[in-house]
Design a protein around this ligand. Sequence first.
Ligand code: NIG
Ligand code: FE
Length: 412
Amino acid sequence: MKNLKLIGPFAQLLTLDKLPLKGSLKDEQLEILENSGILINGEKILKVGAWEKLLKEFPEAEIQELKGDYVAVPGLIDCHTHICFGGSRARDFAMRNAGKSYLEIAAAGGGIWDTVTQTRKLTQEELTQRVIQNASRHLADGVTTIEVKSGYGLSLEEELKMLRAIQYANSKIPADLVPTCLAAHMRPKDFAGSNSEYLEEISESLFPILKKENLCNRIDAFVEQSAFSPEEILPYFSKAKELGFELTVHADQFTAGGSEVAVKVGALSADHLEASGDQEILRLAKSNTIAVALPGASIGLGCDFTPARKILDQGGALAIASDWNPGSAPIGDLLAQASILATFEKLSSAEVWAGITFRAAAALDLSDRGKIVPELLGDFVAFPTSDYREILYHQGKIKPTKVWKSGALIFG
Ligand code: NIG
Ligand code: FE
């Protein structure tokens, strides 16, 4: 066989094989292969196993031998980001910490609308550079697949500019970017009409172009008192579904409501959920919608964490994402945020790793990644340690020093 590459040895390799999509996980369920290697054929994993055995079995393979101790895990998957934006919201942060309310900050020119104004000032090329810069930082942190939302354009032309910037950035970097249209982030202040009229205009003018230009296959909406109500969003989602888009929802961040919509419309994921109560958790856990915790927003805003423990204990599928955005979650460090969520919500290592790999892949409807097993893409990262527990224990301070995407070493 041509094109074979044998990479290793890894002191430990977390395959995440055989772990289910839903429910709580114990660390004893983790498959940890010691002194092992990964055999790559082209872009995909062909075999995983003991290093010495693979060496003997595949003498024709090109060998990438590592010196020192490494732990390999699947490439991280961030299923919720807003990394396409202009400007900064440091002023919001200072005002919030000085005790100012959401409404006071908005009245002073802050909030989502501030970022819309800053983003509209950038050209498509400038915006492309921002996405490349942010995605490259994420990639160096081991995130090989990154969902990226629009939602700071909020008009036909400006949303197209954002999604075209994301599409172009995707062609320029090794990470895979998964674009999502979040034109329903809020009703833009310069739109003279109701929420429903705005949504109708967007669905009629923008949706067909997204399909025609193949710009994205996912529609998101912020269902919240300050944005769109369940009644306003349902017709918008129906239209999107009719056209064949996948759906995802910013749900139950401050008040419950969005997660019920998500389950009703069969959304791939319901994200945030800080305000979900027992009823919402149970409904989600019984559904096929992935619950996505966004600890970065809780840390950034000083709010409650998503009830991740309860979601898992009820049998739900829990992914963890960064929500990297200039307003509520500026950290943009998925591993740090997931490690911190684990201490507050008492999550096992297995639950954290599942949440930022294959469960996040499911939230993006990607079945070709998220575990280190044969047939999947060769997306994996190596941390410079011999004990996998060290990684989450250091809460983001131990970074991967090697990153492979589709079988190619792209960093380290
Ligand atoms: O996911 N909740 C709504 N949207 C973003 C925040 C966006 C912003 O504040 O710019 C979020 O937290
Ligand atoms: Fe978000």
